[in-house]
Design a protein around this ligand. Structure first.
Ligand code: ADX
Length: 195
């Protein structure tokens, strides 16, 4: 951060903002292997929240990589930047009163813990949801054909094959997505949110 910038305070505090809007912001952070079902569950949660009148917005890794994080690849350092940048956006959305639904592989524990700390330091609720399907199942599903391309040597550093995934140790919710349908997974997240 440049030392030549100062913080401008607005006219509203969070309670006034949330009270006037009738919302409560929070962040739900979905982590898991590619193909584990993160985005499908997060999209179902987003739809259910919005349809029930609670503003929510999905920050999906694949989609964000078309814009906000289009400059980043899949090296460890770029993934760390990706997670840190999206954590900042989620914090802003949550502060604004939305439920930010983040769907990123976010393979490193330290980055996820930093995202939590960023929220908790700002007094915002943060829930880590581990969408847990065995690698073999994700690879069988292979919705984007990336596992087979990675096995054939066409994708460098693919998570679960040639790049690590550090499983959560204290997730707020674990969804065994090989045995749990999308709607049941989404329902569990909605309970977590009290919605
Ligand atoms: S993260 O590791 O930085 O959190 P992110 O969630 O943004 O990853 O993007 C993951 C998506 O990018 C995967 O679902 C997949 O479609 C695609 N992808 C392309 N290359 C890779 C790779 N090397 N490892 C994992 N996913 C990849």
């Amino acid at each position: 951060m440049s030392s030549n910038v100062t913080w401008h305070h607005g006219h509203l505090d969070r309670d006034e903002r949330w009270g006037a809007l009738g919302t409560r912001g929070a962040t739900v952070w979905f982590t898991g292997l590619s193909g584990s079902g993160k985005s499908s569950i997060a999209a179902a949660v987003e739809a259910a929240l919005v349809r029930s009148g609670r503003p929510a917005y999905l920050l999906d890794g694949d989609n964000l990589r078309h814009g906000l994080t289009a400059d980043l690849g899949f090296s460890d350092a770029d993934r760390e930047t990706n997670v840190a940048r999206v954590a900042q956006v989620a914090r802003l959305l949550a502060d604004a009163g939305l439920v930010a639904l983040v769907s990123l592989i976010s393979p490193f524990r330290a980055g996820r813990d930093a995202a939590r700390a960023l929220h908790e330091d700002a007094g915002l609720a943060f829930f880590e949801v581990w969408v847990n399907a065995p690698l073999e199942i994700c690879e069988q599903r292979d919705p984007k054909g990336l596992y087979s391309r990675a096995r054939a040597g066409g994708v460098e550093g693919f998570t679960g094959l040639s790049s690590p995934y550090e499983a959560p140790v204290a997730a707020d919710l674990e969804i065994a997505s090989d045995r749990t349908g999308i709607e049941d997974g989404a329902a569990a997240v909605l309970r977590l949110l009290g919605s």
